[in-house]
Ligand binder design. Structure first.
Ligand code: PKZ
Length: 155
């Protein structure tokens, strides 16, 4: 099964969170599981906050790219199109909210499960749950916005 990120064109695959071309990044992969999207990631020992527990910034980063990837996947699904078909669906993060419910144990695989709360042409909201060993440790909300054609050009 291909992940949504496997459909990203090479020139848009340099993101620190999800770019397959970024050797220093997380290179996350997001798949459908029924109505939910799932990303799994095993943290390294250096992803430490307090010894034994995962750094919250890593969790935020995973939720971020899980959210934008899920937004693209959900848009293709809603339009009844194969991922990666033209016109390409590109999302960036408009906002990212993370609620840390309890410490996330460092070592086991982290699972992030997303659901679409709102889907419009230019804006998709993805709610995520972060689980380790079946324990919910954080919640995330990503507002993903279609990347404007001139993204970054005015900067
Ligand atoms: C399958 C094949 C795919 C192929 C293709 C792949 C492409 C794969 C790309 C990889 C990329 C990875 C991405 C990783 C995630 C980052 O790290 S992305 C980097 C961090 N994010 C940024 O740099 C974004 C910077 N901000 C911006 O460029 C602009 O502010 C935005 C977010 C594009 C918004 O543009 P805008 O023109 O202000 O949007 P606008 O039309 O006013 O608003 C549209 C809607 O969004 C809402 N909105 C706008 N901004 C926000 C906000 N900040 N918060 C909440 N709501 C907002 C508006 O309220 C509006 O909502 P409605 O009224 O329709 O309900």
């Amino acid at each position: 099964m291909k992940a949504i990120q496997d459909y990203y064109p090479e020139e848009l695959s340099h993101c620190y969170g999800c770019g397959s071309q970024n050797e220093h990044g997380h290179q996350i992969k997001t798949y459908w599981d029924g109505d939910e999207t799932v990303t799994r990631f095993t943290p390294e020992p250096y992803h430490t906050a307090v010894p034994g527990f995962v750094y919250g910034g890593l969790i935020a980063s995973l939720i971020d790219c899980h959210g934008t990837g899920s937004a693209a996947a959900a848009t293709y699904r809603a339009e009844g199109r194969e991922p990666g078909t033209e016109p390409l669906v590109r999302f960036v993060t408009g906002s990212l909210k993370v609620t840390y419910l309890k410490p996330t144990k460092l070592g086991p695989e982290i699972e992030i499960r997303g659901r679409v709360r709102e889907l419009k042409e230019r804006k998709v909201v993805i709610d995520s749950r972060v689980l380790v060993d079946g324990v919910e440790t954080a919640l995330g909300e990503v507002v993903a916005i279609r990347m404007p054609a001139d993204f970054g050009k005015a900067v």
